[in-house]
Design a protein around this ligand. Sequence first.
Ligand code: ADP
Ligand code: MG
Length: 198
Amino acid sequence: MLDAAFMCRWMYATAAAVDREAARLTELDSAIGDADHGANLKRGFTAVAAALDKEPPPTPGAVLALAGRQLISSVGGASGPLYGTLLRRTGKELGDAAEVDRAGLAEALGAGVAAVAQLGGAAAGDKTMLDALLPAVEALGRSFTEAAEAAEAGALATVPLRARKGRASYLGERSEGHQDPGATSAALLIAALGEVAA
Ligand code: ADP
Ligand code: MG
């Protein structure tokens, strides 16, 4: 079973991964965006880690909801409200249970991903973070490892796509041939989940 401490470890592992990969995320965003994705997420997850350090919430749902609020308030780019909504909505779905199992987390994360789709108006194949998150949620019903693999494959599969949402969509066909930064960071988030579950 996954408790509040597990969710904190997930958020810390994500913060560490974002820190490690910030330059790469920014490089991807410099090709089809405005070169701030690494900095945006670094600022966001640093704020998440600081808030969790200060006062770790008592339940898994409260940990993710707090993380989501921190992302929304600390990140200026599109990805802040989107990731913030993902975690806040997932946390809300978990309610005030003290523990959740993998299937329960998969279901809650599914609601979180649906909220991201609703907020941003994007769908599968639009070359966004959803291209990593949607397959990850589906695979999380089977295992943490498969979820991480599905997210990574989803991020890689954005390379040939033409962006239809967000800043990269302004480039039209010139967005083809580049990996989407948000799908890449989403794969880091799900890889971190797999890491802490292992
Ligand atoms: P900004 O585009 O404001 O500079 P970031 O660079 O931090 O913000 O994030 C860009 C990423 O956000 C994109 O690579 C994409 O994955 C994601 N994104 C942008 N718009 C949307 C949207 N409408 N729906 C889902 N994801 C989106
Ligand atoms: Mg950007």
